[in-house]
Structures are given as C-alpha cells and as structure tokens.
Design a protein around this ligand. Sequence first.
Ligand SMILES: C[S@@+](CC[C@H](N)C(=O)[O-])C[C@H]1O[C@@H](n2cnc3c(N)ncnc32)[C@H](O)[C@@H]1O
Length: 345
Amino acid sequence: MSSPDTEAMRLLHEFSNGFMVSQVLFAACELGVFDLLAKAPVPLGSAEVAARLGTSCRGTQLLLDACVSLKLLQVETRGGQAFYENTELSSTYLARASPTSQHHMLLYLGRTTYRCWGHLAQAVREGKNQYLKEFGVPSEELFTAIYRSEDERLQFMQALQAIWSVHGRSVMAAFDLSPFPRVCDLGGCSGALAKECVSLYPACHVTVFDIPEVVHTARKHFLFQEEERICFREGDFFKDPLPDADLYILARVLHDWADDKCSQLLARIGQACKPGGGVLVVESLLDADGRGPLTTQLYSLNMLVQTEGQERTPAQYQALLAPAGFRDVRCKRTGGIYDAILARK
Ligand SMILES: C[S@@+](CC[C@H](N)C(=O)[O-])C[C@H]1O[C@@H](n2cnc3c(N)ncnc32)[C@H](O)[C@@H]1O
C-alpha cells in the first residue's frame, strides 16, 4: 500500500501535469491524427503517420505513444514495429467524420479557451475575463470580443454545436415539451438544439433568435434548407422585440451574464410570454451547496476567464426566474453535463 505522502504527491503530479494531457489531445486533433487513422484501412506505423501528416518522425512517435497511454489510440506490435489505430473513444468523439465528433470543440478549447486560462490568477484578481490581456480586444461588449473575427465566430459556433450531437436529446427530453408548439431558442446560435427539438417534437416549430452576424454565419455555413420547421431571426435579446412563442429556450445563455443582465433578459421574456407559456433553461447546474460537481465548478471559472457570468445552483436560477413572473420551477438533472429547468408563467 502506498503511504499517504506518496498518494498526495501522485495527486499533485496528476493535477499539475493535467495541462499536458489537454495539450496532447488538442495537438493530436489539430494535426489530424484521429482523422488520418479513421480513414486508413489498416493500422499505421509512426513513420507513415508522420509522412502523411507532414510532421517530424520524433515528435509524431512521442505524441502517438502518449495517446496510447491516454487510451486515445491503441497499438499493435508486429515484427518489432508498432502500428497505431483509433480506440472506440477517438473514432466516436474525435474523428471529424463521426456524427458525434467533438473535434471543433477541442480546437476551440486549444486555440482560445486555453489561452484565456493562462491568465486565471489575473482573472481572479480582477474578477473579469481576459480577452484584452490575451487577444488585445476590449470586452465591454462581451460578444464583440468573443466574435472578434469572422473565423473566430465560425469556430465558436462549430465548437458550441458539437456537444448537442451527444447531449441534445437528453436535455430536450428532460421535460415533455409537446404542449409548446411554438418555440423560440434565444441565443440559439447555429440551431443545433433547435434541430433536436423538432426531431423530438413533430408538431413543433422553432425560431432561432440570435445577433445578425451569427444568423448570417448560420445561414452560410450550417445547412438548414431541408428543415422547414426551423427559421432564424436576427436581433438583440436585450433590446429588440422578442418573437411570439409558447416556450423560450435559454441554453448556455444565462451563464454568460451577471445577475443584473440575467434579470433584465428574463424580465423581457416574462413580458413576451403568455400565461401558460414557459421558459426552459439549459445549463450545467451546481449542487445546492455550490461545492460540486467539479466539472461545473471548472466551467464556472471558465465563465470568469471568458465571459461576465458564472454557473449557478437550481436555487440561484429560481431566484432569477421568480421576479420575472415564472413559477412552478422544476429542475431535472439529466446525468450528463447539461441539465434542464422548466418554469411556467
Ligand atoms: C454561449 S452561446 C450558447 C449558444 C447555444 N444556445 C448553445 O447552447 O449552444 C450564447 C449565445 O447567445 C448569443 N447572444 C449573445 N448576446 C446576444 C444578444 N444580445 N442577442 C441575441 N443573442 C445573443 C450568442 O451569439 C450565442 O449564440
């Protein structure tokens, strides 16, 4: 049995080296390791992988072996030579061609989120996001900083939609939403959750409401022509009239904002919503005492370095919903990363 000291040191190493694990994952995604191996008809040796990716033999060998220890790849040795292939995890979630691929989210985490986390201590000192320090862009208008170029906006939208290919169904099925035929997804981005909604509820029509630049990018890069029950509308949910709807969805929107902005937005929804209508909040929920789950606490710190908001407990959401006229607040933990809260007017 290991002594308590050894166990403490093991944990310390695991925590302090955690960023290296993330970087292995980000680099392998960025270089296209999982895509190459997904397409290859047979397992490949590291020299072959290096030749096809245009990378160094030494670096490739080290990266592939680290991926094997992380169970992102598996290896088979024949005639003294190692041949690599994807594990089920990487073929399901990392290869770009998989319908449940998280590739774009990992690229975004590596290229943007990771860089903001490099200033975590400063973010804690200042209590604010770090776009100015890391990217040289002011963030008084939060989404002007987040969407600081067309490329960055597209990357953000591709990243955000990835998770709904895995968890979209469970959050949309957490409550029976069939009594709400007209749905408006406020801050609905590329429309990924709207897609889940119409596929689960055959009578429902969804209006995706988002800022003009996002709606233009959604129309240009995310194919919706085939889906007649989804339409897009441009606007600012803090200022412009909100579309008529029986149900308003706010998925990963409230966590971007401080309490005063959340109250302002919910008050506008409360005014637009008819009696009997509702609001569905989709967020990663903190435990009642705020002491976990760790993933949600880390997301909350992520909100510190990247937004103006934080993750919240069910009671904190209830306290924001009640003054806007929403009652009968019900909370469903899905068992996944994202949970759902349904409230009625
Ligand atoms: C964190 S993203 C969540 C996107 C999507 N709901 C999801 O869960 O994948 C926040 C969304 O709110 C949108 N948004 C931010 N400010 C907005 C505003 N003032 N009016 C309308 N949409 C806004 C953003 O463009 C973005 O699509």
